[in-house]
Design a protein around this ligand. Structure first.
Ligand code: ZN
Ligand code: ZN
Length: 372
């Protein structure tokens, strides 16, 4: 049975998103139909709009959806109709990365998340009978309804059912990435210094997680004072404006170097500067998107002699289900107050929400799509 839905269609950088009627395909055995309650907007959506990623246009984007399950395929065990779910990225479940619970590095990431179709090439969405590109991150949540998968839905635990789904929506990407980078990828230890460059959603999630891990000091660097103020409120012990000799101030504060440096900017000179201030056994985590041809230069003696680690990080090394539930627990305990980052918009304000995100006026825009 096909499903009638409305979806925000992206036709590229020079076009506003337009909300139009679409149809969703019948469910396969491992798929779920989710009525979207809310969805976050993330920089990756805008990178696709701007054709920086190999996703075919026009397309229905959105990859931080949360909603209520309406129907499930015969093989789905993770959720049932009526359950509240958060959606994240999709994965194959069987490749060498998926085997070791590292699905963010799924060998089949492209066909499962970015091809515009199911991995077998079949479309999940149509418009007036014509195939539409959708199924972005196995969801395309800029829509009233979404076809998701057994492996990319997280059922909201019963004891968290009172938390509004519109608040939980962004857990599936940016928040998971920043918190996971600290708690999972870099495994930040208590009592050691952490520097986070870029106080957007990912950076502030890393700062909140640094506080959970007991890092000290926790140093935020950004170019916007308003974001530095928020970073301070949410866990940073120090906040330096990048325009005002931030690196010099970090060196003065941490003369032995920093144990953990986390870059969300993707700017080569920033990353190389962070490498310079790493302590022995220091770890440098990278999540920023750089230009495709960007290269980095490090001193080999310092890397080897200091036992340093430079790590690329996708999705905070999350195994999706366990980690999102863990983050909900921290939130319930008051230790992960990510709701402070969110500004809400109605679904038909999607273009205004994107503009507010790009201007830096809001940190994390969330669209309200359907009533809960
Ligand atoms: Zn994202
Ligand atoms: Zn895989």
């Amino acid at each position: 049975m096909t499903t009638q839905a409305k979806a925000a269609i992206c036709r590229g950088h020079d076009h506003p998103f337009t909300i139009e009627n679409v149809e969703l395909d019948d469910l396969r055995p491992d798929e779920l139909l989710v009525r979207i309650v809310a969805t976050g907007i993330c920089h990756t959506d805008l990178a696709v709009r701007d054709e920086q990623l190999p996703v075919p246009l026009p397309v229905v984007l959105g990859h931080e959806g949360a909603g209520i399950v309406e129907r499930v395929g015969s093989a789905v065990t993770r959720a049932k109709p009526g359950d509240k779910v958060i959606m994240s990225f999709n994965s194959c479940g069987t490749c060498p990365s998926c085997e070791i619970k590292a699905p963010t590095y799924c060998y089949n990431f492209f066909p499962y998340n970015w091809s515009g179709t199911r991995p077998d090439g079949s479309p999940v969405m149509f418009q007036s009978g014509e195939k539409m590109n959708a199924h972005f991150f196995g969801q395309s949540s800029f829509a009233t309804h979404s076809i998701a998968h057994e492996l990319n839905v997280v059922r909201v635990p019963d004891d968290a059912a009172d938390l509004p789904l519109e608040r939980l929506a962004p857990l599936g990407c940016g928040l998971m990435t920043g918190a996971g980078a600290v708690l999972r990828s870099m495994e930040v230890r208590a009592g050691l210094p952490l520097v986070v460059v870029g106080a957007g959603t990912v950076g502030i999630a890393a700062i909140m997680a640094g506080k959970i891990a007991g890092a000290n000091p926790i140093i935020a660097v950004d170019m916007h004072d308003s974001r530095l103020d928020l970073a301070r409120e949410l866990g940073a012990t120090h906040a330096f404006n990048a325009r005002d000799d931030a690196m010099g101030k970090i060196k003065a504060l941490c003369p032995l170097g920093v144990a953990y440096a986390f870059d969300t900017t993707g700017i080569s000179s920033v990353i190389e500067g962070l490498f310079e201030i790493l302590s022995s056994k220091g770890k440098l985590g990278l999540v920023g998107a750089s230009a495709p041809d960007a290269m980095l230069e490090f001193n080999e003696s310092s890397l080897m002699g200091g036992g340093k680690t430079i790590m690329g990080i996708l999705g905070g090394d999350s195994d999706v289900n366990d980690f999102i539930v863990e983050l909900i627990r921290y939130h319930q305990d008051g230790r992960f107050p990510f709701d402070r980052l969110i500004s809400y918009f109605e679904f038909d304000q999607i273009n205004e929400a994107i503009a507010a995100s790009e201007s830096g006026e809001v940190v994390k825009p969330v669209l309200r799509v359907n009533a809960a």
